[in-house]
Design a protein around this ligand. Structure first.
Ligand SMILES: Cc1cc2nc3c(=O)[nH]c(=O)nc-3n(C[C@H](O)[C@H](O)[C@H](O)COP(=O)(O)O)c2cc1C
Length: 335
């Protein structure tokens, strides 16, 4: 059990580094790395590390509360598990997709939050995710790739049995090598074509893979219920900026019209607070939670999320934030 177990099970896919920062896994897609030079993955981690927090300790408040709500979900912490799928070609040949995703979603459920599920080729990737969401009483968010309309809607129709009213689409996956490798492709869409697709989907749609204010506006125009500022963990476009760098201008543009989530390089409770201070309502954590699954299938995710919560409480306490809605950019040093 622990990191040694994860290192053993993930051999050839992930080195389980002390800090998951993209340096040891440059170009390893498929695998757990970032595409090309790995610079987009590394930029996610580095841009967060470069942000410094203002310590404010002269206050009267009590122990901070991390509870929040998002798209009708009550969350104990503003942290969701990012959708990560494709166990045998990205993570480990030893463990089934079902076992991996069930452990992830169960852990999130027990910690009072929600795990997202991924998609890919073959179909067992999304099917295992859907089964896990059903098992946790709908407390999960299924993410599908933006397949061509008929294929997409066929898969999306299966969401109706899961107990969730949310569905995500990772629109940035048009660039994903793993999908091409499997002999399929994903169409590019104009904002209008995206709107046509979203109109046919009977759930609230979360668009993931927004990196500019212009595309955030397109997402709103197309009818998205929320967006995720994300560069897919640095796996699609090389030389993208870190998500913490682009988040403020996107949050400004959205201006509270829909929730803004963000992922990429979030490793500590302080990183969660930084992302909220930069304008997000909640964050997603990817690779570290996958590694937590492989460290301990029964309690790894629960332990990791408990650690993040403890760090977030401590960071809120030391920056004068009593509740999640108190967090804003006054806690940040700005040049
Ligand atoms: C191995 C792997 C598989 C992924 N699969 C999916 C997927 O199926 N759907 C999706 O929307 N994002 C997928 N992602 C991207 C993650 O959801 C997320 O954007 C990214 O991992 C966040 O960065 P972090 O890992 O640095 O926290 C995947 C990422 C990795 C590393």
């Amino acid at each position: 059990m622990g990191v040694e177990q994860a290192r053993e099970l993930m051999k050839g896919f992930c080195r389980v580094c002390p800090i998951c920062n993209g340096k040891a896994c440059i170009g390893e897609v498929p695998g757990m790395g970032g595409t090309g030079s790995g610079s987009s993955f590394m930029a996610n981690v580095e841009s967060l590390a470069n942000i410094k927090l203002k310590m404010k300790v002269m206050a009267t408040h009590t122990i901070p509360s991390t509870a929040t709500t998002l798209l009708g979900l009550d969350l104990d912490i503003p942290v969701l598990a990012a959708p990560i799928g494709g166990t045998p070609f990205n993570m480990s040949k030893e463990i089934s997709e079902e076992k991996y995703i069930m452990s992830l979603l169960q852990g999130c459920y027990e910690q009072g939050t929600v795990g997202c599920t991924g998609d890919g080729v073959p179909d067992y990737v999304y099917k295992s995710g859907f089964a896990a969401i059903k098992a946790v009483h709908g407390k999960g968010i299924p993410f599908l790739k933006p397949w061509e309309d008929t294929a997409f809607l066929k898969k999306a129709a299966e969401v109706k049995d899961l107990g969730t009213e949310l569905i995500g689409i990772d629109i940035d996956s048009i660039g994903l090598g793993t999908v091409k490798m499997m002999g399929t492709s994903i169409p590019l869409r104009t904002p209008k074509q995206l709107e046509t697709l979203i109109k046919k989907i009977p759930y609230k749609v979360i668009l993931k893979g927004i990196m500019t204010p212009e595309e955030a506006q397109f997402a709103i125009d197309a009818g998205a219920a929320a967006i995720v500022v994300s560069n897919h963990g640095g796996r699609v476009l090389d030389s993208a900026p870190g998500t913490a760098q682009v988040l403020p201008s996107i949050a400004d543009k959205v201006n509270g019209r829909i929730p803004v989530l963000v992922d990429g390089g979030i490793r500590f409770g302080a990183d969660v607070l930084k992302m909220l201070a930069l304008g997000a309502q909640a964050v997603m954590i990817g690779r570290p939670l996958t590694i937590a699954v492989f460290s301990d299938f029964d309690n790894g995710v629960q332990n990791y999320l408990a650690k993040i919560k403890k760090e977030l409480v401590q960071t809120m306490l030391l920056t004068g934030c009593e509740k999640i809605s108190d967090i804003n950019n006054t806690v940040l040093y700005t040049e």
